[in-house]
Write a protein that binds this ligand. Structure first.
Ligand SMILES: Nc1ncnc2c1ncn2[C@@H]1O[C@H](COP(=O)(O)OP(=O)(O)O)[C@@H](O)[C@H]1O
Ligand SMILES: [Mg+2]
Length: 247
């Protein structure tokens, strides 16, 4: 669109002096053509087309809610409000969930396997765009009968966007029914370690967004004291975050 306008303006600019010369050299008689609009102004129909296109674009802008005030630098945001992140729980209405049977079987097989000889608990990450069904899939697995029977401890933690190590440790402790008192990370981690020691546990950390590798390493320290066969699932929209957690 902008290119078309620019081209038209260029043409008008180069055409105008020629017209002027012609008008000066052929007075009176040629002026009659000025009364026939299309012949008098060869650009008119093209200008009209461009204006029509502009009107259409302006209309679409309103339909798509591309409001002028949301322009920030070169960036245009479709909505001024970022997508809201809602906390999740493990409850799920399995009715109406489609097409996850194969993935579910495979995930359950992985969760039930006991191939870990190292003392590090395996972390399985589910990565995908928002709305792809990561949380729903994790819930299906979490609530599966075989999973319920297999693990001694099970917990679901929704990770808020701006988590700190103490806050998240407390949230995890609470999910294991601990009172999680105080702010001392040492004590909190000790308590978590105590809860998990020699237990086969299964933890879901839902919708983690940020945090560098160091921070995650710290959060996950107490988790290496469970019994072998323990598993952690994380869901995230960001591949990099999954790498940080898995490091
Ligand atoms: N397999 C599925 N079949 C039908 N609906 C689904 C399925 N997976 C997810 N949904 C629906 O899609 C929406 C987004 O799913 P959600 O699990 O919250 O995505 P994510 O966690 O990846 O952002 C929810 O309303 C959920 O009920
Ligand atoms: Mg989710």
């Amino acid at each position: 669109m902008a290119d078309k306008v620019r081209q038209l303006l260029d043409e008008i600019a180069t055409d105008a002096p020629v017209k002027k010369l012609k008008a000066e050299s052929q007075p009176s008689t040629s002026n009659i053509f000025n009364f026939i609009p299309t012949l008098a102004n060869p650009f008119e129909s093209r200008i009209k087309d461009l204006l029509k296109n502009l009107d259409y674009l302006a209309e679409q802008k309103d339909v798509l809610e591309l409001k002028n005030e949301t322009r920030v630098g070169k960036e245009i945001r479709v909505s001024s409000k970022p997508l809201e992140r809602l906390p999740t729980s493990y409850l799920v209405d399995a009715y109406g969930i489609f097409g996850r049977d194969n993935d579910k079987d495979e995930m359950i097989k992985t969760l039930l396997s006991n191939n870990g000889s190292s003392n590090q608990t395996p972390i399985i990450s589910i990565v995908g765009l928002g709305g792809m069904g990561k949380t729903t899939f994790a819930k299906l697995v979490y609530n599966h009968n075989m999973i319920k029977e297999h693990f001694e401890l099970k917990s679901w933690v929704y990770v808020s966007e701006y988590f700190d190590v103490v806050g998240l440790t407390k949230a995890i402790l609470k999910s294991f029914n601990s009172s999680a008192d105080g702010e001392d990370l040492n004590l909190l981690q000790h308590e978590l370690q105590h809860i998990l020691t020699r237990k086969k546990y299964f933890l879901v950390l839902d919708d983690i967004w940020n945090g560098n590798a160091e921070r995650w390493e710290q959060v996950l320290l107490p988790f290496n004291h469970g019994s072998s066969g323990s598993k952690i699932i994380v869901t995230t929209r960001e591949k990099e975050v999954a790498y940080h957690v898995l490091k």
